[in-house]
Design a protein around this ligand. Structure first.
Ligand code: ADP
Ligand code: MG
Ligand code: MG
Length: 495
């Protein structure tokens, strides 16, 4: 294909300040026959390299499997901001871990939320019960992912701004590690070998598996296993399998069970060791348990409590799960809070603070009233967020006005927080979803950085930044991730 290609421009901005893929001129992006050839090559590369997902039609079977949604080209990402996101990750690990040990802070921060949000209240009551009984396991494992967008400020300076931090079931490390292979192939196929060589590698699975393996080792029982708690329907099973395989390769046995299995067949012995189907559990790694649908009946809550009370090392423990709520994120943004938890490392606090946008409590009272009035006047500048995970739950635009109008006069408003709306840089790309013709789209990217840490008693004995995830979605969607069928997997192309 080499000879027929237009010259390379790196990176380009079209007239409307939209960033193009770093290897494409506008006319290349509209060269349908070239694009179709690249798409065919890319899809086969995705299958070959294991960027896989079960299909919508058969979400419980690996018999029908296709590629996981991904972008044809790597998207441009400012190097400075990518580095900033990687560098602040250890600071975030430390902050999350410290907050998780402060029951007074968590109780106060979540007090108004648990009054009106049953799901958060359910998690919180497990937390209280565990605190009352005493924590059986002094070691905790954290695997989180801090997500950012590149905000186009009023001055057109693009800056790194945090969307949220996920402290439970932070996913896509497995597939994200494999996407660079597709993008390298697309670029090579096109004859752009210099650019292909620049596509970043992403050691996400390696870093995360090292964390789980280290926790397993610290548990100190060679015959004990790692338990993956999974949903009944796991379309994204291959992402989890990447991690499982890495552990099997380290001679660590992994078992997969649903919460209901733990209720039916899990038990604690008199030392609070957790046993399931005859296996002693060293590490309980949650890939479920973050949304109300994961707790369909009381048995699921009982199972979560059983795990939390046990001696198994939890990833995350219930306290760390709660630190990931939107409400806690909002309380952390208050002046002086981050700084208080990181007094001996003011630089860490500064690095964290630099990624925050405005976050606001809308609890009853003058502070909440004032920000609600602002949001009613200018809903496009805010996002209204409930205490939910997994994408698709936030409220944008005109709906902010509508919902605030209905909740503003009662206690229900405490179930939500308001956040400044980030206006991200637009990039062009082709987004590939199985069974859907692809078209050139205006997109926004969201960069996630994985963090892994282990604390023993009060001391962090591991604290790492462990790879990244770039997700891209069409500007038609304000919300929604890869699992929701909205975003696709991508690779940062540093510019
Ligand atoms: P979830 O836990 O459900 O993933 P997020 O806080 O990550 O919740 O929000 C989901 C999506 O909503 C994000 O991926 C992003 O597209 C959009 N979003 C969230 N917060 C903002 C914001 N402050 N500005 C712009 N978009 C946002
Ligand atoms: Mg989340
Ligand atoms: Mg999110």
């Amino acid at each position: 294909m080499h000879g027929r290609l237009p010259s390379l421009v790196l990176p380009r901005k079209s007239e409307s300040e939209v960033l193009l893929p770093p290897v494409a001129e506008d006319e290349v992006l509209h060269n349908n026959s070239l694009i179709q050839q690249l798409i065919v090559a890319a899809k086969d590369a995705a299958l070959l390299h294991g960027v896989l997902m079960r299909t919508k039609e058969e979400p419980s079977s690996s018999e029908a499997t296709s590629y996981a949604p991904f972008s044809l080209f790597p998207s441009p990402v400012p190097k400075k901001l990518f580095t900033q996101a990687c560098e602040v990750q250890q600071d975030f690990n430390m902050l999350v871990d410290r907050i998780s040990q402060d029951s007074e802070f968590l109780t106060k921060a979540l007090a108004s939320t648990v009054e009106v949000d049953d799901f958060t209240a359910g998690l919180f009551s497990i937390y209280k019960e565990v605190l009352k009984e005493g924590i059986a396991q002094p070691i905790t494992l954290g695997i989180n992912r801090s997500d950012y967008m590149f905000d186009r400020g009023l001055d057109h300076n693009v800056s790194l701004k945090q969307i949220e931090i996920n402290t439970i079931a932070a996913s896509y490390a497995g597939l994200a590690e494999r996407v660079p292979d597709i993008h390298r192939h697309v670029l090579n196929f096109w004859g752009k070998s210099d650019e292909a060589a620049k596509v970043l590698s992403n050691p996400a699975v390696k870093g995360i598996a090292e964390g789980i393996a280290k926790a397993w080792q610290l548990y100190g029982s060679p015959s004990a296993v790692v338990l993956f708690l999974v949903e009944k329907v796991s379309r994204n099973i291959f992402d989890q399998r990447c991690l499982e395989m890495e552990l099997w390769n380290k001679n660590i046995r992994v078992i997969r069970r649903q919460t209901v299995d733990i209720h039916e067949r899990g038990s604690l012995d008199d030392e609070k060791k957790l046993f399931v189907d005859g296996y002693e559990i060293a590490v309980a790694y949650f890939r479920t348990g973050y949304s109300p649908e994961d707790y369909q009946n009381e048995n699921c809550w009982q199972a979560r409590l059983l795990i939390e009370r046990s001696k198994a090392i939890k990833c995350p423990d219930i306290a760390t799960h709660l630190v990931g709520t939107k409400k806690v994120q909002q309380e952390l943004a208050r002046s002086g809070v981050v700084e208080k938890y990181l007094t001996e490392c003011p630089k860490s606090a500064q690095r964290i603070r630099a990624t925050f946008v405005g976050l606001y409590s809308i609890d009853e009272g003058p502070e909440g009233d004032e920000i609600i009035t602002k949001a009613l006047e200018d809903p496009e500048s805010f996002v209204l967020k409930p205490q939910r995970e997994g994408g698709g739950n936030n409220i944008f635009g005109e709906e902010v006005r509508q919902l605030l109008g209905t909740i503003k006069d009662g206690p229900k408003r405490s179930a939500y927080i308001l956040m400044d709306r980030i206006k991200p840089q637009i990039v062009k790309n082709y987004l590939l979803y199985p069974g859907t013709p692809s078209k050139l789209s205006d997109c926004v990217v969201e960069l996630g950085v994985f963090g892994v840490y282990i604390r023993k008693c009060r001391k962090l004995i591991m604290n790492e930044s462990a790879g990244h995830l770039l997700r891209t979605k069409s500007t038609e969607f304000a919300d929604g991730g890869v699992s929701a069928g909205v975003a696709v997997l991508d690779t940062p192309y540093l510019i």
